[in-house]
Design a protein around this ligand. Structure first.
Ligand SMILES: [Zn+2]
Ligand SMILES: [Zn+2]
Length: 658
C-alpha cells in the first residue's frame, strides 16, 4: 500500500510543523485527527510532501471529505504565522469556529449558487447620495485587483451608504463581501442598515454570539448562501469561494488588534488577504490611523474623501477649557455646567464623555495616605457606589468597602477623582427634572440593555448622556448639541506613544456625534495642558491637520509609523526572572541592526499576580525587523538555558500598548 506524507499544523505552542503519513490522499486544508504525545489532537494538513526519512506517525482519522480552507487561505495563514512569529497551528486554530476545533465533529460543505433575482430586488436604496458620495462610489467600484483604498469621510458624511452601493455592485457580479467592524455588539447601526438593504443575504459574526450561531453563519458564508458578512476580527478569515471586496470600517480602531494570545491585527490580515486574492479593500474612517495616512502619502494606498456631512450642517466648534486653578464639581468646570444648563434650556441634548467607569478611580485614607490597591495587580481599586464594591478594572476582583482605614484604623476614608457613576449622581442633583442616561460597561451588561438605552436617548429630545468611549462609536444622536470631554489629559501625558493618536481620534469621533440636526454644536474640552501642541491642532476640528502635525513629530523622533516595532513580553510571578530572561534574549538579537530598549516594566506591570516586562525592538525596515524576530524566535525555542522556560514569553509585532 502506498504511503503519503503530509505536513500538519497542530494547535500547540510550538513553533514548528509536524509530519505524519496516511494511505489516503488528503487535500491540504483538510482537518485530521493525529496522535500528539499521548493525546489526540486536531490538525490541519498544510501540504503534501515527498517521502521523508524521519519516522512519522499515521494520521488517525481524516475528519472532513473536503478541505475547510483553500490553498490561498492556507497561504494567508502562513504569512500571518511568519509576520507575527506565532505558531501556525495556533494561527489556524484561532480562525476555526469552536465547533470545528474538536476532533469529533465532521464538516459538511454545501455549495449554493447565488440568486440574482434576490439581489435585484434589493436595488432600491433608502437614501439618495450627494455628489461626493456618488463620486466615491464610482471611484471605488472602478477599482480592479488589489488596491487598498482609504475612504476618509468626516463623521456624518454617510460612509455606510457608500459601502452599501459597493456591496451591491459585488452582489450583482455574484461575488461576496466581507465587512469588518470593530465592535458590532456596541454599534448595531452598521449591521441594521446593511441588513435593511440586503436582508437574508447578510450574516453577522462576532464573539457575543453562541458558538453554534457563529458556526451556522460561517457555513452559510462559505457555501455562498450568505453573501455579506459583517464581523469583528475573528471574521477576517472566514472562507469565501468568491470574495470580491473587503471593507474595514473604522480602520483606526484599536480593537482590530488582538491583545492576548495570537496578537494579530485583523485590519492587516484583511489587507494581506485582499492582496493575495487580488481584490480591492476599502479602509473607512473619519480619523484614519497614522499608518494608513503614511501609506497614502507614499502612494501605496489610494484615497477618496467625503468632506461634507450628509445633513449639510456645520461641524461642531471646539473650545478648550483651562481647568488649572478651577474648582471642579465631580470633574466638571463651572463653565461646562453652565453650558449644559443652556443646552437643556433649549431642549437639546448634552453629552459628557469620560473614559472612567465606576464612581471614583481611587479610594484613599486622608489621614495616612493609604490607598486601596488590588491584591494581585499594581492597580488602584475603583470605587463603585451602586455595587458598593471596590473593583479592580484589570482583573475584575471585587472587595467590600471598608468603613475604617485598614492601615491606621481612622474613619477618614474618601474617594478621589471622577467616574461615570459619580457624574450621573451629581448631574441628577444639579438637574433633577432631566432624564440622564449613562452608557458604560456596567450599565449595558444585560442583553438588549444597550438597544433600550439607545432608543430611549433617541426618543427624547432633551437630556444628558454620560458615557465612556462606548458612546462614541458610530452612534447618531440627532438632538445632541453639546459635548463635554472631561478627562482627556491622560492621552496627553501617557507613556504609550499611541495614546495621543487615540486621544485625537476619540475627540474627533465624540464631536462627530453632535450637531447633526442643527449645526451649532460645541465641544468643550477640559484640560490642564491648554498649550499642548496636539490639543491646539485639534481645536480646528480638522483631524488631518492634527494627524499631519503628529506625523511630523513621529518622523523627527523616529517613532512608528516611520520605524517598525515589536516587543518581547515576559510574564512570571517574579520580576527578576523576567529581567533575566529578557537580558538573556538580547544575545540573540543583532543590536547593530536595530535599537533595543529594555528590559522595562510594562505599563500594566503586574496583573493577576504576574509581573510583566518588555524588551522593545525598533528597526528601520519591516524586512529587517522580521529577520531579527525570526532569528530570536527560532533561537529561543531551541534554547537550552532554563531561564526562557521559567517565564511565559511572546512576541508582539506592531504593539499598541507597552
Ligand atoms: Zn489611614
Ligand atoms: Zn486586580
Amino acid at each position: 500500500m502506498s504511503k503519503f506524507f503530509y505536513n500538519v499544523a497542530i494547535a500547540v505552542p510550538l513553533r514548528q510543523i509536524f509530519t505524519y503519513h496516511s494511505n489516503q490522499q488528503i487535500i491540504p486544508g483538510t482537518r485530521v485527527a493525529v496522535k500528539f504525545g499521548r493525546t489526540n489532537k486536531l490538525g490541519i494538513v498544510t501540504e503534501a510532501i515527498n517521502e521523508t526519512n524521519i519516522k512519522t506517525k499515521p494520521i488517525h482519522i481524516v475528519l472532513d471529505d473536503l478541505p475547510i480552507f483553500s490553498k490561498t487561505e492556507l497561504k494567508i495563514f502562513q504569512w500571518a504565522s511568519d509576520y507575527y512569529l506565532h505558531p501556525i497551528g495556533e494561527v489556524i486554530n484561532s480562525f476555526l469556529p469552536t465547533n470545528l476545533r474538536q476532533t469529533k465533529n465532521t464538516f459538511e460543505a454545501e455549495t449554493i449558487e447565488g440568486n440574482k433575482e434576490i439581489i435585484e430586488q434589493n436595488s432600491e436604496f433608502e437614501t439618495t447620495l450627494n455628489s461626493e458620495q456618488i463620486k466615491a462610489v464610482k471611484f471605488l467600484n472602478e477599482l480592479k485587483g488589489f488596491m487598498p483604498t482609504l475612504l476618509h469621510g468626516v463623521t456624518g458624511s454617510g460612509k455606510t451608504e457608500v459601502y452599501i452601493r459597493c456591496i451591491y455592485e459585488q452582489l450583482l457580479n455574484n461575488k461576496s463581501v466581507l465587512v469588518l467592524a470593530p465592535e458590532i455588539a456596541l454599534t448595531p447601526q452598521l449591521e441594521s442598515r446593511v441588513k435593511d438593504q440586503f436582508g437574508d443575504l447578510v450574516g453577522v459574526y462576532h464573539s457575543k454570539m453562541t458558538p453554534s450561531a457563529r458556526y451556522k453563519t460561517w457555513k452559510k458564508f462559505r457555501s455562498g448562501e450568505i453573501k455579506v458578512i459583517i464581523g469583528t476580527r475573528s471574521a477576517a478569515m472566514i472562507p469565501a469561494p468568491k470574495l470580491g471586496l473587503i471593507v474595514v470600517d473604522e480602520e483606526h480602531d484599536s480593537s482590530y488588534k488582538q491583545q492576548e494570545g495570537f496578537k494579530f491585527s485583523a485590519r492587516d490580515i484583511a489587507i494581506k488577504r485582499a492582496q493575495i486574492i487580488k481584490i480591492p479593500i476599502i479602509l473607512g474612517s473619519a480619523t484614519p490611523s497614522l499608518r494608513t495616512l503614511k501609506l497614502v502619502e507614499e502612494k501605496k494606498f489610494k484615497t477618496i474623501s467625503l468632506t461634507k456631512r450628509v445633513t449639510q450642517k456645520n461641524p461642531p466648534k471646539f473650545t478648550i477649557l483651562d481647568i488649572n486653578d478651577v474648582q471642579l464639581v465631580s470633574g466638571l468646570a463651572p463653565q461646562a455646567i453652565e453650558a449644559i444648563s443652556q443646552t437643556l434650556k433649549q431642549k437639546k441634548q448634552a453629552m459628557i464623555f469620560i473614559n472612567r467607569r465606576g464612581f471614583a478611580p481611587q479610594f484613599i485614607c486622608s489621614y495616612c495616605d493609604w490607598k486601596a490597591m488590588c491584591n494581585s495587580c499594581d492597580s488602584s481599586l475603583v470605587f463603585h457606589h451602586q455595587a458598593a464594591r471596590l473593583i479592580c478594572h484589570r482583573c475584575d476582583s471585587a472587595f467590600g468597602v471598608p468603613t475604617h482605614c485598614p492601615n491606621c484604623s481612622k474613619a477618614q476614608l474618601s474617594f478621589l477623582g471622577t467616574g461615570t457613576e459619580q457624574l450621573e449622581e451629581t448631574l441628577k442633583e444639579l438637574f433633577p427634572k432631566i432624564s440622564i442616561h449613562r452608557m458604560d460597561r456596567d450599565s449595558t451588561t444585560k442583553a438588549g440593555s444597550l438597544e433600550t438605552l439607545l432608543s430611549e436617548i433617541n426618543n427624547s429630545d432633551t437630556g444628558i448622556l454620560i458615557g465612556t468611549q462606548m458612546l462614541i462609536k458610530g452612534h447618531d444622536f440627532p438632538n445632541l448639541e453639546l459635548v463635554v470631554a472631561v478627562d482627556i489629559d491622560q492621552g496627553i501625558t501617557s507613556l504609550n506613544s499611541s495614546a495621543v493618536e487615540e486621544m485625537g481620534q476619540q475627540l474627533i469621533q465624540v464631536a462627530g456625534r453632535a450637531g447633526r440636526s442643527y449645526g451649532n454644536a460645541t465641544v468643550l474640552v477640559q484640560s490642564r495642558y491648554v498649550n499642548d501642541q496636539n490639543l491646539l491642532q485639534l481645536k480646528s476640528g480638522n483631524y488631518l491637520n492634527f494627524a499631519k502635525s503628529l506625523m511630523k513629530q513621529r518622523q523627527l523622533t523616529n517613532q512608528p509609523p516611520y520605524i517598525f516595532e515589536a516587543s518581547i513580553k515576559a510574564s512570571s510571578p517574579k520580576a527578576q526572572t523576567n529581567i533575566e530572561m529578557l537580558n538573556h534574549a538580547k544575545q540573540f538579537i543583532d543590536s547593530s541592526k536595530c535599537l533595543l530598549i529594555g528590559p522595562i516594566p510594562a505599563i500594566q506591570s503586574k496583573v493577576r499576580g504576574s509581573y510583566n516586562h518588555h524588551l522593545l525592538i525598533q528597526a528601520n525596515t519591516r524586512t529587517r525587523l522580521n529577520k531579527l524576530l525570526a532569528h530570536l524566535s527560532h533561537s529561543l525555542s531551541k534554547d537550552k538555558n532554563n531561564i526562557s522556560k521559567k517565564v511565559r514569553w511572546g512576541i508582539n509585532v506592531d504593539p499598541l500598548e507597552f
